[in-house]
Design a binder for this molecule. Structure first.
Ligand SMILES: [Zn+2]
Length: 365
């Protein structure tokens, strides 16, 4: 399905992609318009309008991304989904003031767009904001295109400022609370506010728009995930790689046959291995790579042939939290620890998760 995703280039160095599910929305619009007997021109206006909305959504996400960049946080990508946009920031700033700025930057863009449209429409004398426009929203034409776009931008601001994760308003609320209490407590409050809104949405969903139930579920799950994430991060606070360093591990030589790797895999608890050429670390091999290697090659294939050539070193004094994030970002599961050429030990994803489990048990005492 990936081939149906479309790349819109890299403004400010940030790749923008349209997710393939977005096209379901377009097909659905064409289908409903056709089944209601609407003509081609009406459908075209409608599709144009959807693209205009999503252009505003992209600008909204760019607002977050560029605000984050001010604090040295990069954005991996911006993805457009049928339900909106997602900017994948490397991380969320932990400083509440910075988080507040990053969270508010998105809705601010929509306020600026709405203000711009307002000025434009009042110059051409077409600014008549009546409730009729809201009812007319399902019927877009040249005459109400811009005024409806203005209204949609205002709705985007209001919707995003609902104080519930994963909406921007949830982050704004957490940031404001975190200025006066610790981050975990602030997140708990913001998450509870989110769950409250989710319940309200469920009730509204049953009495009006069933789509709200879907949003409620989304809010509920995201709020919960955010709390788990912040909690686990706080358990790792002030711990360094040396606190979780593994010194007992197996290095696989890239020239040895795959059968050696299988033996090691079956013999012990290790699930991922560093690969060496005798003097340097040259890559790594996971349990899945070994199984996959067996299906495509035979047991005599050299380990180096199926190993992943990615090597990222961690320092013994690096924070566990940072290393965990680096692993997620790069999609790796094991790292050599030490200075290049001087291997002190390894750290892997299972090891960090075990450390996390122990810390969370200690915190629950
Ligand atoms: Zn946003």
């Amino acid at each position: 399905m990936k081939q149906f995703s479309i790349s819109l280039g890299k403004p400010f160095g940030i790749p923008i992609n349209i997710h393939w599910t977005f096209w379901i929305l377009i097909v659905w619009i064409i289908y409903t318009n056709a089944s209601q007997g609407q003509g081609g021109a009406e459908t075209l206006w409608y599709i144009l309008f959807i693209f205009a909305i999503f252009a505003c959504v992209i600008l909204h996400e760019l607002g977050h991304a560029l605000a984050a960049r001010r604090y040295g946080i990069q954005t991996r990508s911006i993805t457009i989904l049928p339900i909106g946009g997602v900017a994948s920031l490397e991380k969320i700033p932990e400083n509440p003031k910075q988080e507040l700025v990053v969270a508010i930057a998105g809705p601010l863009v929509n306020i600026i767009i709405a203000a711009g449209l307002w000025v434009l429409l009042s110059i051409v004398g077409k600014l008549n904001l009546g409730l009729g426009h809201v009812q007319e929203m399902t019927h877009i034409h040249g005459g109400n295109f811009l005024i409806t776009l203005l209204l949609v931008n205002i709705m985007l601001v209001l919707f995003n400022l609902i104080p519930a994760f994963p909406m921007d308003g949830g982050r704004v609320l957490r940031a404001l609370l975190a200025m006066n209490m610790n981050r975990v407590k602030a997140t708990e409050w913001a998450v509870n506010a989110g769950k409250f809104f989710a319940i309200v949405f469920v009730f509204l969903g049953f009495s009006s728009n069933p789509f709200l139930i879907f949003i409620a579920l989304f809010i509920f799950l995201s709020a919960h995930a955010e709390l788990e994430h912040v909690r686990s991060d706080s358990y790792l606070n002030n711990y360094h790689i040396k606190d979780a360093l593994m010194k007992d591990f197996t290095l696989l030589n890239e020239k040895s046959p795959l059968s050696d790797a299988i033996k090691v895999l079956l013999n012990g608890q290790e699930k991922q291995f560093l690969v060496t050429n005798g003097s340097d670390i040259t890559g790594y091999l996971t349990k899945n790579d070994i199984i996959k290697g067996l299906t495509t090659h035979n047991e005599q294939v050299p380990v180096g042939k199926i190993a992943k050539p990615q090597v990222i070193w961690a320092g013994a004094d690096d924070e566990i939290k940072e290393v965990r994030m680096r692993m997620m970002r790069e999609g790796i599961v094991i790292m050599p620890v030490g200075r290049k050429g001087q291997l002190e030990g390894i750290v892997d994803v299972d090891n960090i998760n075990e450390f996390l489990l122990i810390q969370s048990a200690i915190h629950q005492r």
